[in-house]
Design a protein around this ligand. Structure first.
Ligand code: NDP
Length: 246
């Protein structure tokens, strides 16, 4: 595949790291954002020791201004962004009747408004160059809902509406827009769930195990080559068979 410039948000996290590695292995030049510089530099050093060079750009995905600055920095260091993976995300779980406005807003800002904030500064360049790949990392819980995650499920379901609209608007410009909906993956986000709850989750997964970040990176990579140009507006479930609807 032609070498491209790829921006992966939340690249320092569990799934993001695997996506950065996969894209780097495919020959792309990769960048990600950070909020805490010290932690990000440690991560960059570990990646470098493993043979992966990833450019870091400061930016909270919940801030439109910071995302604009972040994208311009990536463009200066690597060139225009051809591949965007909207992966950064958080959870603030609680049942809705106990949910604070802050818990609602933080999750919507980080998981959904972020998609506007990061995609907006890259889309015009992709349209001008007539090539682009945009992949959202949504969630199984955006497809089926989840007890205690009204904020998260709303944000993740919103990503699907965004994906299929953007796919229609940009198909003529050589840009594909797709979503990957992971099931439960053994990253910090899921390992933070109490073990007893995790055992119940695993019992609902037909494959009988949590997924790996590398399995999600594989699903993202599927959408990127030239041969995938006909695939746009799709949602790829990668969940060990836990949910088989759209
Ligand atoms: P992690 O918590 O390991 O990583 C999340 C990443 O997002 C970190 O790099 C984090 O950076 C970054 N991030 C969070 N908030 C912001 C922000 N406001 N601005 C910039 N960066 C931010 O999570 P996972 O790797 O597990 O999850 C990645 C994506 O996959 C998320 O969107 C998640 O919802 C989704 N997902 C995960 C599943 C799972 O089972 N793990 C299942 C389904 C979907 P920082 O270090 O600064 O916090």
């Amino acid at each position: 595949m032609t070498a491209r410039v790829a921006l992966v948000t939340g690249g320092t996290g569990g799934i993001g790291t695997a996506i950065c590695k996969r894209l780097h292995d495919a020959g792309h030049r990769v960048a990600t954002n950070y909020r805490d510089e010290g932690r990000a530099r440690d991560w960059q050093q570990r990646m470098r020791s493993a043979g992966y060079e990833v450019v870091l750009a400061q930016g909270d995905v919940a801030s439109a201004e910071q995302c604009e600055t972040m994208v311009r920095q990536v463009e200066r260091e690597l060139g225009p962004v051809d591949i965007l993976v909207n992966n950064a995300g958080i959870t603030r779980d609680t049942t809705f009747h106990k949910m604070s406005p802050q818990q609602w807003r933080e999750v919507i800002d980080t998981n959904l408004n972020s998609v506007f904030n990061v995609t907006r500064p890259v889309i015009e360049g992709m349209r001008e160059r007539k090539w682009g790949r945009i992949v959202q990392i949504s969630s199984i819980n955006g497809q089926k809902g989840q007890y205690g995650q009204a904020n998260y499920a709303a944000a993740k379901a919103g990503m699907h509406g965004f994906t299929i609209s953007l796919a229609q608007e940009n198909a003529r410009f050589g840009i594909t827009v797709n979503t990957v909906s992971p099931g439960y993956i053994g990253t910090d986000m899921v390992m933070a769930v109490p073990e007893a709850v995790r055992e119940k989750i695993v019992a609902q997964i037909p494959t009988g195990r949590l997924g790996t970040p590398e399995e999600i990176a594989y699903a993202v990579a599927f959408f990127l080559p030239e041969e995938a140009a006909w695939i746009t507006g799709a949602n790829l479930s990668a969940n060990g068979g836990q949910y088989m609807g759209w």
